[in-house]
Design a protein around this ligand. Sequence first.
Ligand SMILES: Cc1cc2nc3c(=O)[nH]c(=O)nc-3n(C[C@H](O)[C@H](O)[C@H](O)COP(=O)(O)OP(=O)(O)OC[C@H]3O[C@@H](n4cnc5c(N)ncnc54)[C@H](O)[C@@H]3O)c2cc1C
Length: 384
Amino acid sequence: MIQINKTKCNKCRRCEKACPFDAVSFSDYPEFNESCVLCGACEKICPTKAISIKRTSGKDTSESSGILVFAETKQDMILDISFELLTKANELSEKLDEKVMAVVLVSENTDVSILAEYGASKIYVFADTDFKKYNSEAYAKVISDLVKEINPSIFLIGATHIGRELAPRISSRLKTGLTADCTCLDINENGLLMQTRPAFGGNIMATIYTPNSRPQMATVRQKVIKKKKNPKNPEIIFKQSNYENKDIKIIKETIFSKTTDITDAEVIVAGGRGMGKKQGFDLLEKLADTLGARVGASRAAVESGWVDYPMQVGLSGKTVRPKIYIACGISGAVQHISGMENSDYIIAINIDENAPIFKIADLGIVGDVYEVLPRLISKLKSKV
Ligand SMILES: Cc1cc2nc3c(=O)[nH]c(=O)nc-3n(C[C@H](O)[C@H](O)[C@H](O)COP(=O)(O)OP(=O)(O)OC[C@H]3O[C@@H](n4cnc5c(N)ncnc54)[C@H](O)[C@@H]3O)c2cc1C
């Protein structure tokens, strides 16, 4: 709520000019229309402190407790992102002294106890044959109802294709905020979740808080957290879903090829501007075939139109953590490195011996990719 102290207001109209939403008009005193989002620009600029904003919390935040993780599945298999989130949830729970819980939707008779190995001490299971496949309406309804019932203080979801679609549906039903695509989570001195994510195209890292609503919701990028076991003796609670599908009928399903999904690849062969042309990626495909690897790329290669965006590694692309990462004709800009520096073993091929990529490479090859790669492929083929 905005309050105007008319005795203090000197009618300077700075608030009107400062408003980025055109929400302030002026007759005798400032008036605020429905475009106002309580951003505080007017309050800040007012020289006489005549404007004050009272932000009222929609909920009593003191009652909420526990960290809930959405355990994402595919065909009833629990995905790695769930274990990564549980690992982070356990780290946060040490600072908050709150329990870690998971919610999972699966077909009947699916064993979900593996979630306890990664630190879930309470597991809520919705078992129904309908849940073998993702259905946004059903998942959003069932999970939102559970969150309303158990009232966690934090709710984490993976920034996967499904998570990115599901999380806003849930946060909107719960009338709480959502920080999407976080790369770092921590707890501040007031016990609030610090949700850090790249902003403005990756030029700054923004840390976002949710002081007034619960749960504090964030989606977290895959592979930014290293999963770690932390076995617990879980309480497994089977819940009945009250979802009835009346509105959605699946007419056609198209399965996209997995070859461009690099997030779970154990070996990645990535190409940069140094590949020189689109056809250069055929060479990388050949190497990837020989190694059972997937092909990734720098932003320069994607922006040149040689490969598609899902293959981009880096700050504004994917974060990867393969066993082997082979960077071919990639200089090693910080924005690229931030997406692959946690790879177990990095091999770099670059014509420039001073390329920054060599600083983080475990093995560096100074040479032309068009000389090195064909020789490497033929050597590897002769060994198969
Ligand atoms: C906000 C922001 C976000 C960004 N996000 C990303 C991101 O997600 N991912 C990303 O990759 N970048 C990102 N970038 C861009 C990044 O700063 C670099 O511009 C980009 O990574 C450079 O790509 P590159 O290494 O392929 O090209 P270059 O920097 O041009 O390097 C090409 C390299 O190839 C070498 N080379 C040339 N010819 C050969 C040859 N024949 N054989 C061997 N080596 C050769 C050169 O010596 C050079 O080192 C971002 C930038 C900004 C500002």
